[in-house]
Design a protein around this ligand. Structure first.
Ligand SMILES: [Zn+2]
Length: 478
């Protein structure tokens, strides 16, 4: 049966404890949220989507060359929607023939994306990635970030047995305005709560599945208490709701929250997870709500989810660091011009920047990165034979760029993220050693040393001409 054949999760490493919010504002509008995930200054819905999708595609269940559809659900596209999927497809090296669709504007977007993949012919990739932002004094309190990726295929280890929709006009129930990134307030009134509970109850009750038999339920979760209230009229146990609730640890990740809750449930149902009570082959329910529509999805079985451990742990930051990372506080203008890479030149170099494509010299066999201009070994002008370098390697040299030392185009990231390390990274390819300079991310520069193992991750490099530029950075593996 068609369903989820592989899955990956990604949650940014920074965590803001709920009591930091309460201390900063005297009150917290994030009930039941102990900590929330904070995207680093160089992360957004696209970089998180790439990371989660790479993890899902690392399973050998489906070859990425066979994908016929890629669909992304997000309420916070970092670029024009038309530009999001080509970038994702390029960074993931998806077939150029892949059909693409972006779904956004409401928190049930993940259900819509999943439905399209279930209706499609052939293997499909679904990614829900979101980093909603609100006004810091209130609306932003519960908002977190994260990404969930699903590979949908026939003969899946976690078949999707049913999907039911319930649409009702619910005036005044507004969680995210279409097209906007900002949310005025996420406080939920009794009226809104009742309207959502009724819609979720109707959708879940139209399934043949008896909610009493559900082992885990990932229910619409704008805060930590909501999923329990939304299922009050259904015979779903509190244990089942807890198994599918992630908002308490990562905050409300918009369109990605319920998909991440479903992945937590499926991983627990895989039988070899941390949960000793979990039985392989359980029943999971996902209940989405957004824009007046509730969607209930029934899934059987379980699977190991690459990256699901991101839900736990992370690095705690204080409120001041949080404001900087999110770009709420960025001081000063940057003077001067600096290095300028034109858009055509940038576009021409995408295979290097995303996929680490290097070249072998046909004359001397030497390896050059980037595979352009003269051979770096014999200095002949040659037509390189291109190949993809491995995405893990070793730091061979290192420098830390402190305040004021960065080229102007990197200054904004630096103000938000602090000093950063630039390393010469060596990748051991079959054709030979590839060396390239790259930023090191997700690490305190003081903790990075020559000899460290690192892996490539696609991140935001900087913005120029109003266009965010993405490329490979490296993060320590240990
Ligand atoms: Zn050569």
């Amino acid at each position: 049966m068609r369903g989820i054949a592989a899955a990956g999760a990604y949650v940014p490493r920074f965590r803001l404890p709920g009591d930091e919010i309460a201390e900063a504002w005297g009150t917290s509008h994030a009930s039941g949220i102990e900590r929330k995930a904070v995207p680093a200054a160089d992360e957004d819905a696209l970089t998180m989507a790439v990371e989660a999708a790479e993890r899902a595609l690392s399973s050998d269940a489906v070859d990425r060359d066979e994908l016929t559809l890629a669909t992304v659900a997000t309420t916070t596209p970092p670029t024009e929607e038309g530009e999001l999927l080509p970038r994702l497809a390029r960074a993931l090296d998806l077939p150029r023939s892949v059909a693409t669709a972006t779904v956004g504007g409401h928190t049930a977007a993940g259900a819509e994306a999943l439905s399209r993949a279930l209706d499609a012919e052939g293997p499909a990739l679904v990614v829900a990635a979101d980093a909603p932002e609100g006004e810091p004094a209130e609306g932003d309190h519960p908002l977190g970030a994260g990404a969930a990726a699903f590979v949908v295929a026939d003969d899946a280890s976690a078949p999707v047995t049913e999907t039911a929709w319930h649409t009702e006009e619910t005036p005044g129930v507004r969680f995210r305005e279409r097209g906007g990134h900002d949310v005025e307030s996420l406080d939920v009134t009794t009226y809104q709560r009742n309207a959502i509970r009724e819609a979720v109850t109707s959708a879940a009750s139209s399934l043949a599945l008896d909610p009493a038999d559900v082992d885990a339920a990932a229910v619409h979760q704008p805060d930590g208490r909501f999923p329990y209230r939304a299922t009050a009229d259904l015979p779903v146990s509190n244990e089942a709701v807890a198994a599918g609730t992630v908002v308490d640890r990562i905050g409300d990740a918009g369109a990605a929250t319920v998909p991440l809750g479903l992945l937590a449930a499926l991983d627990a149902e895989s039988g070899d997870g941390g949960d000793a009570d979990a039985e392989a082959g359980g029943r999971s329910l996902a209940a989405f709500f957004g824009g007046g529509t509730a969607v209930a999805v029934a899934v059987e079985g379980g699977l190991d989810v690459e990256g699901i451990d991101d839900l736990e742990g992370g690095t705690e930051i204080d409120y001041a660091s949080y404001l900087r990372e999110r770009g709420y506080v960025v001081n000063g203008e940057v003077a001067g011009g600096g290095a300028h890479v034109s858009l055509p030149n940038w576009r021409h170099s995408l295979d290097q920047r995303y996929r680490l494509v290097a070249g072998v010299c046909p004359d001397c066999g030497g390896v050059s990165f980037p595979p352009e201009g003269a051979c770096q070994s014999c200095h002949s002008r040659v037509e390189f034979e291109e190949f993809e370098a491995p995405r893990t390697g070793t730091v061979r040299a290192l420098t830390v760029i402190g305040q004021g030392g960065a080229p102007p185009e990197f200054a904004e990231l630096q103000q938000r993220d602090g000093a950063y390390a630039v390393a010469i990274v060596e990748l051991d390819a079959e054709a030979g050693r590839v060396r390239l300079p790259a930023q090191v991310t997700d690490a305190d520069p003081a903790d990075v040393a020559v000899g460290d193992e690192v892996r490539a991750t696609v991140r935001r490099i900087y913005e120029q001409e109003g266009v965010p530029r993405y490329g490979v950075k490296f993060e320590p593996t240990a």
